[in-house]
Design a protein around this ligand. Structure first.
Ligand SMILES: NC(=O)c1ccc[n+]([C@@H]2O[C@H](COP(=O)([O-])OP(=O)(O)OC[C@H]3O[C@@H](n4cnc5c(N)ncnc54)[C@H](OP(=O)(O)O)[C@@H]3O)[C@@H](O)[C@H]2O)c1
Length: 339
């Protein structure tokens, strides 16, 4: 038999969004669940990841990740439990992390799945603090940004999955000042009160450059950019000579249809001898063992905190994704399928 008895639900991209995506760009489809063939496993997903990079995959443009195809199941990070296995080393009940999200059940080559330990952390943590966003923060700050003790650090998107870890890791590694920006007073308060940032501001309250100058009057040495635009422009202004900017994301521009207005002061990078360097998490797989050991240690000791914003039900995945773009999340946005 090639199929399970009951069909399961999966999300398809129905149309390529122009500007902000709308629910009409997506379709929740019932499809047969394929039984695993040789070397494959069948996984019941328990949590799905929605991530900002997925917005880029909805456009028909060449990028470092191929675009979603119209009328086909979308994909992305997911965790779940093996329910049937035709692959050596995988048995029903094993917890796995894999790349066939946006659906309830996934049949995949077992080589594309990684076993994870559900005792060490809740499974969804492997989509966040112990997964792709965590490694992005760790590699971006330490390998690309070359954080040094005493650095004054600014991170945008600071209450999100990547940003909240960047600020805390900077502090744990000896930064002398950690400043974050986020989009609500609640997030700003949490950054200072719970995550140990020295200062934080709401970028909606006024010009970023002015608020940054107030929070870091002596300037900054390292900027971790999740936002782009006016945030990057402000950081270029605040960086000292030989300052570094880690270009991780530009979420302020993901739904733009025109060219960005900022940064207008890029030429300052010459006189200041700035280094602006992109980070791509997929380049840093070699850091994973060190990342996992160090971050898991900080979680155990309570030195590192992480948060999740949980949306229930596969039928709410698109809303969760749109809410992520709107900033409704603190920490990692995940969709829970087993609650
Ligand atoms: N290069 C890589 O390998 C890599 C890997 C992972 C992620 N990233 C990038 O890292 C960034 C953060 O990703 P994440 O997964 O941690 O997402 P996230 O920060 O958890 O969620 C996105 C956040 O972006 C903020 N945002 C939305 N529109 C904004 C705007 N116009 N201006 C400022 N902030 C805005 C919202 O928070 P507010 O309430 O604060 O607005 C929202 O919560 C994204 O740019 C993503 O593309 C890059």
């Amino acid at each position: 038999m090639a199929e399970q008895a009951a069909p399961a639900r999966e999300w398809h991209l129905a149309a390529r969004p122009q500007g902000w995506p709308t629910p009409a760009d997506f379709a929740l489809v019932e499809a047969p669940v394929r039984r695993p063939g040789p070397g494959e496993i069948l996984v019941r997903n328990t949590a799905l990841s929605v991530d900002p990079y997925m917005r880029g995959r909805m456009n028909d443009v060449k990028s470092y990740v191929p675009p979603f195809r119209l009328g086909e199941a979308m994909d992305g990070g997911a965790v779940g439990y093996v329910v049937a296995s035709e692959a050596e080393g995988f048995a029903p009940g094993d917890a796995v992390l894999h790349g066939l999200g946006w659906r309830e059940y996934a049949t995949l080559d077992a080589r594309a799945a990684v076993k994870v330990d559900p005792e060490a952390a809740p499974l969804s943590a492997y989509l966040g603090v112990l997964g792709m966003p965590g490694l992005t923060a760790y590699a971006g700050l330490l390998a690309v940004g070359a954080l040094k003790e005493g650095d004054k650090v600014f991170v945008s998107g600071a209450a999100g999955a990547v940003g909240s870890l960047v600020g805390q890791i900077a502090r744990l590694k000896g930064a002398s000042l950690v400043v974050g920006s986020a989009g609500s007073p609640e997030k700003v308060a949490r950054l200072v009160d719970e995550y140990g940032f020295d200062a934080a501001f709401n970028y909606k309250d006024g010009p970023v450059a002015e608020q940054l100058a107030e929070a870091a009057p002596e300037g900054i040495d390292l900027y971790f950019d999740n936002v782009g635009g006016d945030h990057l422009e402000a950081a270029i202004g605040a960086l000292g000579v030989h300052g570094r900017a880690v270009l991780c994301g530009a979420i302020a521009q993901y739904n733009d249809t025109g060219a960005p207005a900022a940064p207008r002061n890029l030429a300052l990078a010459i006189g200041k001898r700035l280094r602006l360097e992109g980070v791509l998490v997929s380049d840093h797989a070699a850091l994973r063992p060190e990342f996992t050991a160090e971050v898991a240690g900080w979680l155990r000791s309570g030195e590192l905190r992480y948060e999740e914003t949980v949306v229930d039900g596969v039928e709410n995945t698109v809303e969760a994704f749109l809410d992520l773009l709107r900033g409704a999340n603190t920490g990692k946005m995940v969709v829970r399928l087993d609650g």
